[in-house]
Write a protein of this length. Structure first.
Lengths: 243, 360
């Protein structure tokens, strides 16, 4: 049984089917990429897995327990957390306090939480900004802070929602290294990413969705060649002129 | 530092402790608060006018109630605009218990806190059930206040529109009735000290961090394992219970209560909101510093401007609040913090922040 098993989840908003019958699975320590054009339903899928939305159909099983419909904080306690596409730091709190909020997930003790937060901040190379408020950080640091907060909760799985969007190439490379190091700790990662370079170099397997449905799944090199994927991204070759 | 200590070992621990406090803004704020409380405690030595002592007593009560609102609105960012409903419930509980059942106000205050806290749970559960947040939450509390005012105006048991006078007897410690102003001042200051300590404990604990996280971003907090409903409820209940106790003591001091007095948005601004906003909402020293500026300022304006032009003091008072919000959005404590950071950078090599020992 895989660590995370998503079977046939569907989410409708009124008449719009945002995600339709999506299935995927994630093993311990594995990195899987979830890609698709804008509006494909990636973030909706994330919201369902992390507990922000309840799927209309289908089940999500984590560590053998059904988690679909549980609240985000309960899901996080079980060991599954997420970052947000539009980063959500706690702007007026210091970087240390931001990470401490995550660290309190596993302890009630201030000293322990503080120690853990500082260890993680050091691991991410953010010691220099530890006392700064999150609102004064650069974009690259904010993205890093998202990862730091997620790591502090001691997860088995992190869902990374576009952790590299808007970064410069060098910053992206640093972030790729960072994700690899996180993965080495045995934490499984589900990545939503638009930067193909990132997905290609990190993901062991890629799931492609379009209009809420899975259109392809496989190894990165196969996905690049896949006709359905190319059509989804570049538009169909036969253009319907009647429109 | 170490060289100094070896020269002067007896001085070391005290100096180190003091240094630890001053390098930590949270604890520096507490130090400022306790110095202010100390000054207030000495006030009767210099101020003999009962009028001025009365202002200080009300300022202390406002500070305590301000702290209660600071925990809800300042820490968790919930716009519990009409916090005064809990004050009213606490006040009515205390006076009813005393007048009808001869319960000593000392016990009455605790029961007032309990009743207001329970009512806080009801308010929190209703707003959570219907997902009322920010402005809708604020409107709900205002609507509730109006409903309670109407209810209490019609409710004969609590005096209805006539209100209730506190059944005054001979001065007696048990009944919390004193001939002089000083005992009231010391009880009020006692409440302020308790309020400050409760607020500090919360702020430095896991609960406090979770409160702030909810204020800053509720979804991000939930993703990090914060049970946002639970912690929002906790904040409302703690704030409500404290406001209930504060309301109980308030009515003991003013000896009279009527519905328009406690279910009133204007008074809500003066008693509950002005202090923390002037002092710095969400900061530890804000409610006390703000209350000490707010109440005396309002009184001075009333004294200076009322003659022949009744109501004009309110215009000045309103302008004062607006200007404060415009030019000091983080309140007096925010300005103090800026100065504090400058001093720390100027005179030490360390960055201002929490102390590294994290004693809490």
């Amino acid at each position: 049984m895989a660590l995370l098993e998503v079977t046939g989840i569907t989410k409708r908003f009124g008449g719009l089917v945002a995600v339709n019958d999506l299935s995927l699975s994630l093993e311990k320590g594995q990195i899987i990429g979830l890609i698709g054009p804008n509006g494909a339903g990636k973030t909706t899928a994330f919201n369902m897995i992390s507990g922000f939305y309840k799927p209309d159909e289908g089940d999500i099983t984590f560590k053998g327990k059904i988690i679909s419909g549980l609240r985000p904080d309960v899901v996080c306690k079980l060991g599954l957390t997420r970052t947000f596409q539009v980063v959500k730091p706690f702007p007026q709190l210091s970087v240390r306090d931001n990470v401490m909020v995550g660290a309190y997930n596993r302890t009630n003790n201030r000293r322990e939480s503080r120690q853990k937060a500082e260890d993680i901040i050091e691991f991410l190379g953010m010691q220099d900004v530890v006392d700064m408020t999150a609102s004064s950080l650069s974009v690259a640091y904010r993205k890093r802070l998202e990862v730091a907060k997620a790591l502090a909760t001691d997860p088995k799985i992190i869902l990374l929602d576009e952790a590299m969007a808007g970064l410069r190439p060098v910053e992206t490379d640093n972030m790729i290294d960072l994700v690899r190091q996180v993965s080495k700790q045995g934490i499984a990662l589900l990545l939503v990413e638009h930067v193909m370079r990132v997905i290609m170099s990190l993901a062991e397997r890629i799931v492609v969705i379009h209009h809420g449905e899975k259109i392809a799944e496989g190894e990165p090199q196969d996905i690049c060649q896949d006709k359905a994927v190319i059509d989804a991204y570049l538009g169909e070759v036969e253009i319907d002129v009647k429109g | 530092m170490t060289a100094e200590n070896s020269k002067n070992p007896s001085n070391g621990p005290v100096r180190n402790w003091f240094r630890g406090v001053l390098l930590d803004w949270d604890r520096t704020q507490m130090l400022i608060c306790f110095l202010l409380v100390g000054l207030l405690a000495l006030a009767p030595l210099f101020i003999h006018s009962t009028y001025y002592l009365g202002i200080l007593i009300l300022a202390a009560i406002y500070a305590f109630i301000g702290i209660s609102w600071n925990i809800v609105a300042g820490f968790t960012g919930q716009l519990l605009i009409a916090q005064i409903i809990f004050l009213g419930i606490g006040a009515y509980t205390t006076i009813v218990l005393f007048n009808y059942y001869l319960v000593s106000p000392w016990v009455g205050l605790l029961i007032a806190g309990l009743v207001a806290g329970l009512f806080g749970i009801v308010v929190a559960l209703i707003t959570l059930r219907y997902g009322l947040k920010v402005d809708y939450f604020a409107l709900f509390t205002i609507a509730l206040m109006v409903a309670l005012r109407t209810l209490f105006l019609k409710w004969k048991f609590v005096g209805g529109a006539v209100g209730m006078w506190f059944r005054l007897t001979e001065p007696s410690f048990d009944k919390m009735i004193f001939a002089d102003k000083e005992p009231y001042l010391y009880i009020a200051l006692g409440l302020v000290v308790i309020g400050l300590l409760v607020q500090y404990r919360i702020y430095r604990s896991k609960m406090g961090k979770y409160f702030l996280a909810i204020r800053e971003d509720e979804d991000a907090a939930a993703a990090l394992g914060v049970n946002t409903s639970l912690y929002k409820t906790l904040a409302v209940v703690i704030g409500a219970a404290m406001a209930g106790v504060g309301g109980g003591f308030y009515v003991m001091y003013v000896t009279f209560i009527e519905p328009p007095q406690v279910f009133n948005l204007g008074l809500n601004v003066e008693i509950v909101m002005a202090g923390p906003i002037i002092g710095g909402l969400g900061s530890l020293a804000g409610p006390l510093v703000g209350a000490l500026l707010n109440k005396p300022f309002a009184e001075i304006m009333r004294g200076a401007l009322t003659e022949g032009r009744s109501g004009s003091s309110l215009i000045v008072y309103g302008a004062f609040l607006v200007l404060t919000i415009m030019f000091m959005p983080r309140g007096v404590t925010g300005v103090l913090h800026t100065i504090y950071c400058w001093i720390i950078r100027r005179f030490t090599s360390e960055e201002p922040g929490e102390d590294q020992n994290g004693a809490a």
